[in-house]
Structure formats: C-alpha cells, structure tokens
Design a binder for this molecule. Structure first.
Ligand code: EPZ
Length: 427
C-alpha cells in the first residue's frame, strides 16, 4: 500500500452505462476490525486476527498501536499483534485527527495503563459526533476525566463495576464500555447498548479473551477478568460493502452473486432492495444473488435507525439508486445531523432532490449525467461511484482517499463485474 498521504487526491474516472454482472467476494468488516484491533491492547499475549481488510483506517489503527508500544504485523489480511511491553498512554494527535475511530483506544488504554491522553476527535462532515456517553461511562467506572487544550485526560485507580443506561445508542460508545469493563472482575450492567454485528463481533473476541458477557435484548451483563488472554479471530464480513455492491447490481439492472457475506446481517438492506423491485436469492448463509429483472426501480421510503433497522451507512448508496427510480422517494436520516453532503454532488449529476430537515425528497429522473464530483465522506463517495456507473458519459470522482478508508480494492472488484472504472493517481 502506498504512503497514506499520497492518497489524498486520487480520482476515479467512470464511464457510465455498464451492467454489473458476475461474482464478487466481500472483504472483512472495517467497523468490526477497528475495535478488535484496539482490544489487543487489553492483553500482553499474542492476538491473531484474520480477514482484516487492507484499508487506510486499518493502516492508521496499526500505526496507532505501534506508536503506543505494541507490535503489530499485517500480512495477507492477517494481523498479528502483541502488546507485551508497557504502553505509552498518550496518543499521537495527528492519528486521532486522521481517524475519528481512534477514540476506540480510550477504553483499552484506560483499562491497561490506568490513564490515557487522547486528542479530542475532530467532528467530521457527517456531524458533530459527540462522545459524551463514552466519557460519562468512564466516570461512572471511576475515571477522573478532564478536557484541557483539546485533549481528554483520563486516570483511573480501580475500575468500578457500573450499572449504566446509555442516553443515546452509540456503537463506539458501547465498544469502549465493553473493552473497559472486560478488565473489571465484578459484575456490570449496560443498558440501551448498540447491537450492530460489529459490536457483537467484538463481544465474541472479549469472550475469547476471558470476559463473561451476556447479551439480553439491549442489555449487556459483563463479568471481566484482570488478566485477559490473547485470541485468534476471523472478522465478520463487511455488510456495508456487501450492501453497496447489491445496490450497484440493482441500479445497473445487473445480476451479481456476492460471496463471503453474512446474510443474517443484511436483512434490512435486502428488504428495501426487494421493495425496489430486485430479485434477492439467498443461496446459503454466506452467499446471496441480487438481480434486477424489472425495467423500472420502484421508489422507496427509507428511515435510518440503529441495527437491526435500516443502516445509516447505506443511506447515501440508496439515495443514488432512488435518484433514477420511477417516482418519488423519501429518505430520512435519523442517526446523524448532517449526512446529506452527497445531495449537492448528486444534483450536479442531474438528480432532483430537496432536503428539508432530516428528510430528503428524491424525485426519480430518467438519466443522470456524468460530471466532476467531490467525495465528502466515506459512504457519500460510494454513492457517487454508484451514480457514475449509471450516468451518461464520464464521471470524475475526486478525493478517492475517502473511499480507500473503507473499501478494499473497490475499483478492481467493480471492474471484475464489468464496470469501467479507472483510478488516476494525482501527484
Ligand atoms: C459508528 O460510528 C460507525 N463507525 C459509523 O460508521 C456508523 O455510521 C455509526 O456507528 C452509526 O452506525 C465505526 O464503527 C468506526 P455512534 P460512531 O456513536 O460509533 C450520537 C462508516 O461509514 N452520539 O453510534 O461514532 C452521535 O452524534 C462510519 O463506516 C452522542 O450523542 O456512531 C450520532 O448522532 C461512519 N454521544 C449517534 O449518537 C455519544 O457519546 C450515533 O453515533 C456518542 C454518539
């Protein structure tokens, strides 16, 4: 992989009008890999994690682990990590600024070192991305937390068991809490937790390390251990990458067989695609075929929600599909306050979209037209690539850095399905 900074301004050139046909192997999940890599800090023993996708965010996380004093090797999708030595407790600010998910280091560092200094995460283009729930949980568990000069300073003498109800369902907030409390030998109860498959994959890992974690609805009961062991784990497939290819198959009126997926994580996505008129055939628990045999895409009403509801990380991709549906669609974003950055870029391609508050009204048009568009965040850039696949003429998608954060070998996979996508490195 090239040096991270050289990615900033690559572009994609996409010729529209190709149909996606064939088979695609979906990679391991970015949002499961990141917390699991951070969890390796909780033990001095060796950890082996398989099916880790080769993404910028994974590289950034490995860089963070090594800068804190852990060893972390990455070879053919497998990470071997070992935090055997005493760790640095101050995280390098440039890494936290580069990747918001670096906040997942807080729970493990606090648990392992009894203290942590982490730069306040930048907001990002999809919203403020508060972390108040993370900090409230840490304080409940006995940490002294203060924010000074843009840094979060935390110290804890002993991890107290907690009974805490999250005021907001938060994925990384739940993950930070689980990692901290996995080192507390007394029983804790967390309520209103996030149930995303990526959170459950971390739970599997923490159980392998020696923590007892029971999940009942949105309640978790944790009995941790002061000496957690190393583990071996294969990361779950990336449901958002899978969903992105499924939408591409429908938008291009194609026929794509997805392999190495977890069909049981794709319920809400498959339901919405069937409503749009797609044929969705579950071959077995890890294979699903998506084809579009009708000649019109039906408009949709979408409202994003926490898992198992419709995922916010699929909202932009579905908006690209609704832009060419036969009628008017309504898309409501309930999770983030500003996750419609892709609307202006889709409008440059001829989409007819109006945003009022949290709802975008998308009036389907016959054709999008190729244009020069800018990626603003990871899933928005995926939306623009999908729009480029069906637009008339050439679409130039800029700042592909955003895509490289979360999609492994996207252009190769799309090309293998018949798309015309070329990456042009910009110097
Ligand atoms: C995770 O972000 C994912 N990232 C996001 O995926 C995903 O969009 C999001 O969950 C929602 O599913 C990773 O897992 C690394 P949240 P996270 O805390 O944990 C508010 C992608 O594209 N909130 O569940 O940061 C927050 O402002 C990325 O892969 C608080 O108010 O999201 C938001 O409105 C983008 N206080 C809502 O809750 C808090 O302390 C959900 O945020 C925490 C969150």
């Amino acid at each position: 992989m090239r040096d991270i900074t050289s990615y900033v301004s690559d572009i994609f050139l996409i010729e529209g009008g190709k149909t996606l046909r064939g088979t695609v192997h979906v990679s391991g999940s970015k949002n499961a890999s990141l917390p699991i890599l951070m969890a390796t800090l909780l033990t001095e023993e060796k950890c082996v994690i398989k099916r880790v996708p080769d993404l910028l965010d994974v590289r950034t996380t490995l860089e963070l682990l090594t800068q804190l004093g852990a060893d972390a090797e990455y070879e053919n999708g497998t990470v071997t990590a070992c935090a055997s030595r005493s760790l640095q407790h101050i995280t390098p600010d440039h890494l936290v600024r580069r990747m918001r998910a670096s906040i997942l280091v807080m729970g493990p560092l606090l648990a392992r070192c009894g203290r942590a200094v982490v730069g306040m995460p930048g907001g990002c283009s999809i919203g403020v991305r508060a972390i108040d729930q993370h900090l409230k949980l840490f304080e409940k568990a006995g940490a002294r937390v203060s924010i000074r000069h843009g840094y979060i300073h935390m110290e804890i003498d002993k991890i107290n068991p907690v009974e805490y109800t999250f005021e907001v369902i938060t994925v990384t907030g739940t993950e930070n809490a689980l990692m901290l409390l996995s080192k507390c030998e007394r029983r804790s109860v967390l309520r209103n937790i996030a149930l995303e498959p990526e959170v459950m994959d971390l739970v599997e890992v923490l159980r392998k390390m020696g923590a007892s974690i029971e999940i009942d609805g949105r309640t978790a009961i944790i009995q941790g251990s002061d000496s957690l062991s190393g583990f071996e784990h294969t990361v779950i497939p990336d449901r958002i990458e899978a969903g992105t290819f499924m939408v591409g198959a429908v938008m291009t009126f194609g026929d794509v067989l997805l392999k190495d997926v977890r069909v049981d994580h794709l319920g809400a996505i498959m339901e919405k695609l069937k409503e749009a008129g797609a044929t969705v055939e579950v071959i077995n628990p890890t294979e699903v075929r998506v084809s579009m045999r009708k000649d019109r895409i039906a408009p949709l009403e979408i409202s994003t929600a926490e898992y198992p509801g419709f995922p916010t990380d699929m909202q932009a991709q579905f908006m690209a599909m609704c832009s060419i549906a036969d009628g008017t669609s309504y898309i409501t974003e309930n999770i983030f306050e500003n996750r419609f950055q892709h609307v202006a870029e889709l409008q440059r391609m001829g989409a007819s979209i109006k945003v009022r508050g949290r709802t975008a009204t998308v009036v389907g048009v016959d054709k999008l037209s190729g244009a020069e568009v800018y990626s603003t965040d990871l899933r928005a850039s995926a939306c623009l690539v999908l729009a480029g696949l069906v637009a008339e003429g050439t679409t130039v998608v800029r700042d592909i850095y955003h895509l490289d954060r979360g999609y492994e070998k996207l252009e190769e996979k799309l090309k293998s399905l018949g798309a015309s996508v070329v990456r042009v490195p910009q110097r």
